[in-house]
Design a protein around this ligand. Structure first.
Ligand code: NI
Length: 255
């Protein structure tokens, strides 16, 4: 059985067939899906999915794109949300200097505030880092203490940086791009770091892996990410599935 550690099943692109997709997960050999929030509304939706379905777990958080929508009350609202449903993390949070949808200083401030909330609640963080490798790493390093852990989702930085995160107790998650022909970096990272620190994900409905690139992504496709890692490491698919599932349960404290 596989775990998809990051999928946005609350997305409106699943409005027509969400129930079918979730009830087919077992048949598709997907045991559990972690559904992070991206803004306030999607965090609420993620929590209600986790209340409705036993195989869905939620994270709540404000994505860097929407950092500018946060005010001083937002942290309290997020804290209240963590008390509902099966919330296992704060996320996805982080920095996005590719789109710069929110000013960078606001992104950094809100990222830090949400990290502090995670530490207060002893919840791991799910981190989004796009073209902001150094600042993301610096903020996490500065905030690091015994209550902070998490995963860098859809990892796109260097092997050297992956190893530094692992030294800090963090996990590295791979998604569809690892299956793309031209994606050298994530392939190299996956080969070099221990399986015991790897998570796999789809980031559905985005980042659809080969051979389905171009179509809407869904959790069943996490198998292609697992398959690619098995191939890169020269190990069995079943071992990748088993160990990444154990890693996910350990990180998110899922029994
Ligand atoms: Ni995402």
């Amino acid at each position: 059985m596989l775990i998809d550690s990051h999928a946005h099943l609350d997305d409106k692109r699943f409005d027509k067939d969400r129930d079918d997709i979730i009830s087919d997960l077992k048949k598709d050999d997907v045991d559990i899906v972690i559904n992070p929030g991206a803004d306030f509304l999607s965090s609420v939706k993620a929590v209600s999915l986790s209340e409705k379905y036993e195989n869905i777990y939620a994270a709540v958080g404000i994505h860097p794109h929407d950092a500018k929508t946060m005010d001083d009350e937002t942290i309290n609202v997020l804290r209240d949300l963590t008390k509902k449903g099966k919330v296992v993390a704060i996320g996805e949070i982080g920095l996005d200097y590719h789109y710069d949808n929110s000013p960078r200083d606001i992104q950094q401030q809100r990222f830090r505030e949400q990290i502090k909330l995670a530490k207060e609640l002893k919840l791991p963080i799910i981190v989004h880092d796009r073209d902001a490798h150094k600042d993301t790493f610096d903020i996490i390093s500065e905030e690091l203490d015994e209550n902070l852990t998490g995963v860098i989702h859809s990892f796109s930085a260097s092997t050297e940086m992956a190893k530094k995160y692992i030294d800090m107790g963090f996990y590295i998650s791979f998604s569809g791009p690892i299956t793309f022909k031209n994606a050298k970096q994530p392939k190299e990272v996956a080969k070099e770091i221990p399986l015991e620190h790897i998570l796999i994900e789809t980031d559905s409905p985005y980042l659809t892996p080969e051979p389905h690139r171009g179509k809407r992504n869904q959790p069943v496709n996490v198998r292609y990410v697992a398959g690619k890692i098995a191939e890169l490491k020269g190990i069995k698919f079943e071992e990748v599935a088993k160990v990444t599932a154990e890693n996910t349960k350990r990180l998110f404290n899922i029994k």
